[in-house]
Ligand binder design. Structure first.
Ligand code: KIV
Ligand code: ZN
Length: 386
């Protein structure tokens, strides 16, 4: 089995389905260009049938962003597929991504179709997409809550009809990592022809398990992971691409797998997506949050100043952040305090340093974060003045 994991980015499709987010065509294009720089393998640029605006945006991305696969989403009906093809056909590598739900809940209440009808629709949709392009992805929506025997039947039929990627979504973020890994293994063992296609996963974060489930699936044999930058997407969002990629890289001792991601582009991409979607990044967000490489306590700051790896498992430069950040607050120690003063151009005697440090601690009890301006004031107005 190959050790390459393909990264399928759906920031511009599922990510854009985040409540309150709407990107115009030029914003989508700007993000798509940055995703190509980041090195994702597939950009899912949109769902062309949903609106003329989305159709035009996908079409523009397909024409202008070269060297990457551009996918358009479509249900299995022919009108969706025709529209998706019209939008992606000028891409360097066009992909049609077609889906239908396979869980009893969805088939009964949403589709109002029985199992045979769903298999028939999946086969017809994949065949129709295949008449346009050799690159067809089939997704069994709500796969993780589907009856395994039936899911295997649909997947086998989709492969028989020509699908080249089979995606197993955990649409409502219901799976747990151990269960999802076993589910993926069962599909791999039971579906004939599965070895001819790329097996993909698409995990949602309703229980905060999207990244864990994606990694568990990869250990079980999945070789495409779908997700979004900053983990945005429907409800609680999708698996966060930057977290999946950095977990695979940082723990390559465990996974032994590679992606094509240029990790130094991660931070820039995250910032751009946050700015254009208007979705803030929580400060403690793994990999790209403001605090991801910030250290506040004296013990941690002392450790990092002596040797970065004492408290950092990733080098911030690897994700495009220039350096770690020692935040001065009430837990900080003398080592970090002195080092920040030196950076600001103040070299104090031992006595001056002791006084300044005492003043700083007093202030830190009253103020959450001490700025460079506060430090300058302490030294210039209270230490050097007397
Ligand atoms: O969550 C989901 O099941 C999806 C599919 C369309 C892939 O977004
Ligand atoms: Zn989704």
């Amino acid at each position: 089995m190959s050790n390459r994991v393909y990264i399928f980015d759906t920031t511009l499709r599922d990510g854009e389905q985040s409540p309150g987010v709407s990107l115009n065509a030029s914003e989508k294009l700007e993000i798509a260009r940055q995703l190509a720089r980041l090195g994702v393998d597939i950009i899912e640029a949109g769902f062309p049938i949903t609106s003329n605006g989305d159709f035009e945006a996908v079409k523009t991305i397909a024409r202008e962003v070269r060297g990457v696969t551009v996918a358009g989403l479509a249900r299995t009906n022919f009108a969706d597929i025709d529209r998706a093809w019209e939008a992606v056909k000028h891409a360097d590598q066009p992909r049609i991504h077609t889906f239908i739900a396979t869980s009893d809940i969805h088939m009964t209440h949403k589709l109002r179709m029985n199992r045979d009808q769903v298999v028939e629709a999946a086969v017809a949709g994949v065949k129709h997409a295949k008449s346009y392009t050799s690159d067809v992805e089939f997704s069994a929506e709500d796969a993780s809550r589907s009856d395994l025997d039936f899911l295997c039947r649909v997947v086998e039929a989709a492969i028989g009809a020509g699908a080249t990627t089979i995606n197993i979504p955990d649409t409502v973020g219901y799976a747990t990592p151990d269960e999802f890994a076993a589910f993926i293994r069962s599909i791999m063992n039971r579906v004939s022809g599965i070895e001819k296609v790329v097996l993909s996963v698409h995990c949602h974060d309703d229980l905060g398990l999207a990244v864990s489930n994606s990694l568990a699936a990869v250990l079980a044999g999945a070789r495409q992971v779908e997700g979004a930058i900053n983990g945005i997407g429907e409800r609680a969002g999708n698996a966060s691409i930057e977290e999946v990629v950095m977990a695979l890289y940082t723990r390559r001792d465990r996974y032994g797998l590679e992606t094509g991601i240029r990790t130094e582009e991660i931070y820039r991409t995250s910032k751009l997506v946050s700015k254009l979607t208007g979705m803030d990044i929580q400060p403690n967000k793994a990999v790209v949050g403001k605090n991801a490489f910030a250290h506040e306590s004296g013990i941690h700051q002392d450790g990092v100043l002596k040797e970065r790896t004492t408290y950092e498992i990733m080098n911030p430069a690897m994700v495009g952040i220039s350096h770690s950040n020692l935040v001065l607050g009430k837990h900080s120690g003398r080592h970090a305090f002195r080092s920040r003063l030196v950076e600001l151009g103040f070299v104090l005697s031992e006595d001056e340093l002791n006084k300044a440090f005492a003043r700083f601690k007093d202030l830190a009890d009253r103020k959450k974060e001490i700025t460079d301006h506060d430090l300058e004031a302490i030294v210039e107005n209270e230490i050097r003045k007397v």
